[in-house]
Design a protein around this ligand. Structure first.
Ligand code: UT7
Length: 331
C-alpha cells in the first residue's frame, strides 16, 4: 500500500495586519520588514477564534475536494505550536469533535515550522503499514497568541491560519508520496522557544509572563536554516535521481523570502517553480506549507501528477523535506 496526497484546503482569518500597522506598535519600518523578510502583511485571527476553529474550516475544504466522505477519515493529526489548550485536550480531538468524527484516532504533534512535513511522514507510515486508510493532516496556528507585540525581532514575522490535506491509501505507485525526510537537533532548542510555562520552567506568580511568548535568535536561525535546507533538498533530489527541473512546484516553508530565495538559487530553481505566499501571510509556522499549496491549487496552478518539493525548518530545531506528486481522486 502507498500513500497518496489527494487534496488540499486552507483557511485564512479576515483581519489583516500590515507593515504600516506594525510601525505604530514597535520601532520598525515597512522598508526594513520588506527588505529583510519579504513580508508585507499577515492575517490575525479574531479574539474568540481558536486554532481548532481555523483547522476545521481548512479540513472541511480538503475533505470536500478529496472525493471522500467525512466518515471515510480514520485519523486526524494536527501539527501546531499554538494549540487550543496547552496540555489537553489536544487540538486534534477538538477538531474531530467539531467535525462530528468522535470515533477516529486523533492527536497533535509539535515540530514547529516543520510540523506539516512531520505529519505527512506520520500519515505515510500509518497508511503504508496498513493501519489507516484516509488520514486528515492539518497545520494550524494562532501565532498571534504566542507572539510578543513589543518585540520587533519576532512580531513582524508571524501570522495566523490553517491548511489541511487528505492522505489516502492507494495501490498505484505512480500516485505515491515519493520520499520524505525529517530531522532534529535539540542542542539548538534555544534558537526558537517559548521558555515559560512548561515543566522545565513552570509559571510562577504571573499567569502569563513575557517568557511565555516566542523568543528567537533570528540571525543565527536564518544562517543555519539556509545551510541545512540547501543540503537537505539537494540530498532528497539526488536520492531520488531527480534534478530541479523535474520539480513542478517548490513549496518551501514561508519564513523569510531571503531564505526561500537562497535555497531556490542554490537549486537553480526558476521563479515560476517557487510558490510564494510569505508577502501576504507572513510566517504561519506549521500552517505555512499547506496554506501555500492551497493558494497554488485555488489559482489553478496545481495539476494532477505534478511533483512538489517541500522543505521546512523551525523550532526544535527541526527540519525536513518531501517529494510529493499531487494525486487527486477526481481528476
Ligand atoms: O520559521 C522558523 C524559522 N525562523 C526563521 O527562519 C527566521 C529566521 N530569521 C530571520 O528571518 C531574520 O533573522 C530576521 C528577519 C528575524 C532578522 O533579519 P536579520 O537580517 O537577521 O537582522 P538581525 O537580527 O541581524 O538585525 C539587524 C539589525 C539589528 O540592528 P543593529 O544591531 O544592526 O543596530 C536589529 O536590532 O536590524 C534590527 N532589527 C530591526 N530593525 C527594524 C531587528 N528587527 C527589526 C525590525 N525593524 N523589525
Amino acid at each position: 500500500m502507498y500513500a497518496a496526497f489527494r487534496s488540499i484546503g486552507a483557511y485564512v482569518p479576515e483581519k489583516i495586519l500590515t507593515n504600516a500597522d506594525l510601525t505604530k506598535m514597535v520601532d520598525t519600518t515597512d522598508e526594513w520588514i520588506t527588505k529583510r523578510t519579504g513580508i508585507k502583511e499577515r492575517r490575525i485571527a479574531a479574539k474568540n477564534e481558536t486554532t481548532s476553529d481555523m483547522a476545521v474550516k481548512a479540513a472541511e475544504k480538503a475533505i470536500a475536494r478529496s472525493g471522500l466522505k467525512k466518515s471515510d477519515i480514520d485519523m486526524i493529526i494536527v501539527a501546531t505550536i499554538s494549540p487550543d489548550y496547552f496540555n489537553m485536550p489536544s487540538t486534534a480531538t477538538v477538531v474531530a469533535h467539531k467535525m462530528g468524527l468522535d470515533q477516529v484516532s486523533a492527536f497533535d504533534i509539535s515540530a514547529a515550522c516543520t510540523g506539516f512535513i512531520y505529519v505527512l511522514s506520520i500519515a505515510k507510515a500509518f497508511i503504508e503499514s496498513g493501519m489507516k486508510k484516509n488520514v486528515l493532516i492539518i497545520g494550524a496556528e494562532k501565532m498571534s497568541a504566542i507572539t510578543d507585540y513589543t518585540d520587533r525581532g519576532t512580531c513582524i514575522l508571524f501570522g495566523d491560519g490553517a491548511g489541511a490535506a487528505v492522505i489516502s491509501a492507494t495501490e498505484n505507485k505512480d500516485e505515491a508520496i515519493l520520499d520524505l525526510h525529517t530531522a532534529a537537533d535539540g542542542s539548538l532548542g534555544d534558537f526558537l522557544m517559548t521558555p515559560d510555562g512548561g515543566t522545565g520552567n513552570p509559571h510562577k506568580n504571573e499567569l502569563k509572563s513575557e517568557a511565555s511568548f516566542i523568543q528567537m535568535k533570528g540571525n543565527e536561525t536564518f544562517k543555519i536554516a539556509v545551510r541545512t535546507l540547501t543540503k537537505d533538498v539537494v540530498k532528497i533530489l539526488a536520492d531520488n535521481n531527480l534534478v530541479p527541473s523535474d520539480i513542478a512546484h517548490f513549496v518551501p516553508h514561508q519564513a523569510n523570502y531571503r531564505i526561500i530565495k537562497a535555497v531556490g538559487d542554490a537549486l537553480k530553481m526558476k521563479d515560476e517553480q517557487i510558490v510564494l505566499t510569505v508577502h501576504k501571510y507572513g510566517n504561519t509556522s506549521g500552517a505555512s506549507i499547506p496554506m501555500a499549496i492551497n493558494d497554488l491549487y485555488e489559482e489553478g496552478g496545481l495539476k494532477a501528477g505534478e511533483m512538489m518539493l517541500l522543505d521546512a525548518f523551525g523550532g526544535g530545531l527541526t527540519w525536513g523535506s518531501a517529494l510529493i506528486p499531487f494525486s487527486p481522486l477526481t481528476k
